[in-house]
Write a protein that binds this ligand. Sequence first.
Ligand SMILES: Cc1cc2nc3c(=O)[nH]c(=O)nc-3n(C[C@H](O)[C@H](O)[C@H](O)COP(=O)(O)OP(=O)(O)OC[C@H]3O[C@@H](n4cnc5c(N)ncnc54)[C@H](O)[C@@H]3O)c2cc1C
Ligand code: FES
Length: 275
Amino acid sequence: MNLKEKVVINEGIGHPAQGLYKLVLSGEAAKTARPGQFLHIQVTDTSDPLLRRPLSIAGIDPERGEVTIYYRIKGKGTELLSRIPAGQVLSVLGPLGTGFSIPEKGELLLIAGGIGMFPLFSVIQSAEKYPVKIKVLWGGENKDFLDSADLNLLLQKGLDVELSTLDGSFGEKGLVTTLLEKHLAVGSTHELLREGLLQAAACGPNGMLKAVAGICLNSDVPLEVSLEERMACGVGACLGCVCTVRAENGGLKRKRVCKEGPVMNGQEVVWDADI
Ligand SMILES: Cc1cc2nc3c(=O)[nH]c(=O)nc-3n(C[C@H](O)[C@H](O)[C@H](O)COP(=O)(O)OP(=O)(O)OC[C@H]3O[C@@H](n4cnc5c(N)ncnc54)[C@H](O)[C@@H]3O)c2cc1C
Ligand code: FES
């Protein structure tokens, strides 16, 4: 769907050195958006840059007609986006792609690496409607990043959050996968698994997702991952964003991250495929 969304808020959050922004858009997207979907946003009125930029939906408020997105300035497109003032109307394709499945009972284990937490914010928002225990494992570079990336939003909700940082400035020193291994070693987790009441969702860099998928596979934890792939059309037409997955017959097949993803079964993705 090609939409015209009005910028309500577009402002830097946290420490300026982190280059993080919060964008609130008002319009039609909020009516149908689901957690895990993304918007493909045109960042200028000119043809430079030509391509839209994919950004995940982090918050959905159908009553106000608003969606929230968090983004980090990476290159030209996101830098141009950060300069767009409130009141301007953006051309937006979406909401696009598949979303995360939201469990209605049991435990939902969320595993995030860096800005991979952003799409999981909308998963939390949806899961909170149900009697589901939400457990968050979030790894970042350092305390400054986690504070800037709205860690407070999770703490204010009183969620069970465990953190790791690469430099040890906050939480456990090291990778989020260490937190995951520790969590899955706890006896109560085994019980939940036996009863089919544990489900995991992850988003972050590919290397982290591959490691998370390996750990979850070893423990038989059902896992959904949100993949990031460079995108052109965003709607399944150009095949620019394909990834490889294992088919039911054991062979390999390709899926478009923009259309069949970005959320995929973590146990199906072939992480080092070269087809
Ligand atoms: C489904 C999806 C959801 C995303 N959600 C978020 C989010 O919520 N917050 C956020 O900060 N970032 C998110 N990203 C990454 C974001 O799209 C890129 O950082 C952004 O497009 C970079 O554009 P640029 O012009 O600033 O950088 P450049 O590096 O100059 O980008 C050049 C080209 O590469 C593409 N590109 C670059 N990096 C990526 C990437 N990691 N993934 C996909 N395309 C890329 C751009 O779209 C563009 O076509 C998401 C990516 C995908 C695929
Ligand atoms: S970006 Fe064109 S098919 Fe996915």
